[in-house]
Design a binder for this molecule. Sequence first.
Ligand code: ADP
Length: 767
Amino acid sequence: MSGPLQPSIPSLSMVNQSLDLEIEKRSQQLLQDDLDRVHRQTDKLMCVLMICQWLFGILAALWISPRTWSGDQSTISLNVTLAVFFGGAMSAFPILLARLRPGHVITRHVMGISQMLWSALLIHLTGGRIETHFHIFGSLAFLAFYRDWRVLVSATAVVAADHILRGIYFPQSVFGVDATSHWRWLEHVGWVLFEDVVLIRFCLKGLEEMKLIADRQVRVDVAKDVTEHEVERRTVELKEAVLASQEASKAKSEFLANMSHEIRTPMNGVIGMTELLLSTDLDPEQRDFARTIENSAESLLSIINDVLDFSKVESGKMDLEVIDFDLRDLIEQIGTICAHSAHAKGLEFVLAIPVRLPSLKGDPLRIQQILTNLVGNAIKFTKRGEIVLRVDVRSLTDHSADIRIGITDTGIGIPTSRLSAIFESFTQADGSTTRHFGGSGLGLAISKRLVELMGGTIDVESQVGKGSHFWIDLELPFGDSVKENVASQVPSGCRVLVVDDNPTNRKLLLTVLREWECEVVIAGNGDDALEQVEGRGASGFDLILTDYLMPGMDGIRLVAELKNRWGNKLPPVALLSSAADIRARNDWKEVGIASCLSKPVRQSHLLRVICQAMGRTPLQEKVPDAKDPFGESLGLSVLVAEDNLVNQQVAEAMIERFGCTVRTVSDGEGAIYASQSQDFDVILMDMHMPGTDGIQATRSIRLLEQETGKHVRIVAMTASAHEADRQACIVAGMDDFLSKPIKPSELAIVLGQSRKVELIAPAIDSN
Ligand code: ADP
């Protein structure tokens, strides 16, 4: 029984066979073409020969016996007439044929016969001279150029017939004597046949060579054709593959964006509810549990953001902002954010920022993302020692600054062989690091792409067991805002004793304080500090800056000891400490410490302490807003359009905590009706809802508002990561957007802005 029909795939031998046939066919064709070319060329050659012979025949006739004499009467010799007319007739016909039928078999045979007749004529004209017989041999050699042995046969037949006939009837004309043997022609024809044998061999050999050349040429052509065809096929395949990979990459980005949307929506519930839970009365254990939930959710969100950022950069959809920003502020903020985890591991975290830094332009959020990742890695891969985040201005031009930001740690280091690989996506220096330290292997890949997008470079040096040094170089244009020159406001000549066991910290404080024209004395531990104060007396200093955690005598004990010895004469003391360390001690104020600076120390905080010590008003300092986000009662009426039940609950609960009244609808249609039946201060509109979505609902509301002249503030709530979606919100007429998961602090800003609108609205109305 025959199996199912299979598409027949030709075997290799079948393919080779058909290829051979094709080659055979093509080489025969090529041989024919070549022969035709040879025949035509030889036709031309013979034509030239014919004309030359004709002219030569006439000249010979005129020279040898131009006239015939009978007494004193002479007439033109018959020979001249023969040369002119016979020669003309013998040349004209083959020349005509060569014009009309070039390369044709008849033409070459006529050519051969005519040429032999020419030999006969010339032999006759020279009176049968034996030398002229060589014209036959020469002519046959010319005819052999046709590479057609048959032409030689017809030509030889003419020679034989001529010799026989003229030998019998007119021997004088062919052999130069009147009487001769009847078999004399045989001797002549015998020599001709001998030459024929040689020439026929030449023709056959030439033909064979032509065949060989044609065959070779065809094989080369076929090989070229096959290669070209293969190249063409591969090119098509490649194009298809590129197209497919572009499609796949697009699909991947789409998938990631959708997945991010799908994950962010429930995450909004988790994080939102946890925030609400944390703002209620919880016992310490419950608070701890809730914080753990919050931290886990935040780190899950950060992985999602990483994956999404990566796909955005990969697909070229990452847009960078160019705005004025304060690099010092940015670095100090990172210091504040990261110090907590560094100190929790017992690591020293030092910021080294030059005192003078110009205001710059760039994308602060992305720079922060890169640095947070690098510092996060440094903390993650360091067990003991220190992390230094250093900024250097490498050079300045008229309009930009070349900035290097470096992160140095004393951690596990990276093997040299892995240094370049770690910047690739999903790559870790050692595969087992994930188990020890966690991580997706995406952070550095994203950082590298972002730095490159900013036109900068990122690099690393590392030694296993000693630590790593990552740095980024960025050329950033100067910002438009003119910065206050902090250094000019420092009271000069402040005498400061710096007590710190960490040499990096000491060096850093020394550099900054010297820049501010302070007189600095350094002590590496408590005993050293006691000696210094003993030596110069308490009045020898205006300020003592001491680290809290030092081996041997800690900062608080040192101050207690100094107070013991010098009492009220002791200058003000500022304690440098991590927030967590000092929280455990509540006796620092009792010992007489004036202020406590959390590490890494902000330059503005240090400045404030110096100003206070010198009795000068401190500079305006930016105090981080530590207000409870739910602290203020806003009293707004808010409409929430959201289809997800949990997210409805989160939004409602948060908004109520701000002292606002809230009404909830679950689709766009509901939002349109609600906005017509009641005046709201703000509408929080989810983008993706069944039926009428947020965009359509906003368009309808804006259309209806054209009649009333009102303008309700509409803020999109979106878990979408697409920039295009955000743009669509604005185009549809929304005023702002809130990213999901919604944070109380961000909601506070949006609601706060809605209140402002309310205050302005009457003024606009009254116009
Ligand atoms: P991950 O999320 O795994 O940390 P990254 O892209 O940020 O991903 O880092 C890639 C790998 O580079 C890390 O897994 C680690 O092996 C190595 N690495 C990065 N920074 C450091 C560092 N400061 N010290 C040692 N190894 C590092």
